[in-house]
Ligand binder design. Structure first.
Ligand code: AMP
Length: 337
């Protein structure tokens, strides 16, 4: 177990890049690494070894993915100022570089690129940025204006700087994952995106660098979020196509019922601030159709904002058209935030 080289400057990365064995698998992070990041590092290591990636499965990857080759895992650690608004937690965001490097060493990471902000944005905030489009302006994009512009801009820069064959992202940030996939397809980037299921602590809370802001009382309150998602999943599994009490306009009957079940749990905790809860298509974040969908939610517990999501499979319901598509447009239930 050796500590991977720590690259601070773009020039150092450029010098190291030609010597990285292919395939190069990138894991972009903001540091303060936890069990969720560890799962990404393991998936990246497997992809680098030709174990699991789409490229290894015979996709149009440009890399050598022969089974047994070890490839490279490149981790970036950068708290991107572009995705924080004034008043958000940029300054107090946890920075734990030494512990991060230790985890990277444990997981066989090849190199870590952790540039200072001035290295990434030498002229200050860039003038030309990535417009995330309509998916970037709803849900997280609505509550954090400019957030996805900042995320996609830094992700694109990191893709250019590291030129990965594969990049690994967490399903925990489902809207970000959908947008990164969209960025890759809409701008013809030549890499494969892999995703990793959300890692949770034993009490059900999704691991997050921001969980350390939570007091024990806040954490108890925050557990309402995964509980609400589980209630939504249970409603979906029960196959109840009717909207439950308080469901409001939730798209298809099944989606509305799932949303209502989750919302009911959230509303039982008045101390919890609810930004949104919705049942959406995992790729477009538009209205969910019968089949695979996501319950997405954002809440605030004691001043800490948390997002989470859970997969569901929506049964067909009586309000879908003859082609099986949901015919309702108003899926968010704006009045029900
Ligand atoms: P962050 O450092 O928070 O920007 O996250 C870096 C990457 O780790 C993103 O792709 C996240 O989706 C992913 N990630 C964060 N938390 C989790 C988790 N609990 N489970 C799986 N992936 C996660």
């Amino acid at each position: 177990m050796s500590v991977p080289p720590l690259l601070r400057a773009k020039a150092e990365l450029a010098a190291a890049r030609p010597d990285l064995p292919a395939p190069v698998v990138l894991v972009p992070t903001m540091g303060a690494l936890h069990a969720g990041h560890r799962a990404l590092l393991r998936a990246a290591r497997a992809a680098a070894a030709g174990g699991k990636s789409d490229a290894a499965a015979g996709g149009p990857g440009k890399s050598d993915t022969a089974a047994g080759s070890s490839g490279s895992v490149l981790v970036t650690i950068f708290v991107n100022p572009l995705q924080f608004r004034p008043g958000e937690d940029l300054d107090r965001y946890p920075r734990t570089l030494e512990a991060d490097l230790a985890m990277c060493a444990e997981e066989g990471v090849t190199a870590v690129f952790a540039p200072p902000a001035a290295e990434m944005y030498p002229g200050g905030a860039p003038e030309v940025t990535v417009d995330p489009g309509p998916i970037g302006r709803i849900f997280e994009g609505e509550f954090r204006p400019g957030f996805f512009d900042g995320v996609l801009t830094v992700v694109l820069k990191l893709f250019h700087l590291t030129r990965p064959d594969v990049a690994v992202f967490g399903q925990k940030d489902a809207q970000q994952l959908a947008l990164v996939r969209r960025l890759v397809s809409d701008t013809d980037l030549d890499l494969v995106i892999e995703s990793v299921p959300t890692v949770r602590d034993p009490d059900g809370l999704a691991t997050s660098s921001r969980n350390r802001y939570l007091s024990p009382a806040d954490r108890a309150l925050a557990l309402t979020l995964p509980r609400a998602l589980r209630a939504g999943q249970a409603r979906a599994a029960a196959g109840d196509g009717q909207s439950g009490p308080g469901g409001g306009p939730g798209g298809s009957g099944a989606a509305a019922a799932v949303r209502a079940a989750a919302l009911e749990v959230l509303r039982a905790e008045p101390a919890l601030g609810v930004d949104y809860v919705a049942v959406v298509d995992p790729h477009t974040f538009g209205p969910a159709e019968p089949g695979p969908a996501l319950i997405v939610a954002a809440v605030t517990a004691g001043g800490t904002r948390l997002i989470d999501n859970a997969p569901v499979v929506l049964p067909p319901d009586e309000r879908t058209g003859p082609d099986g598509r949901n015919t309702e447009k108003d899926f968010r239930g704006a009045a029900d935030h």
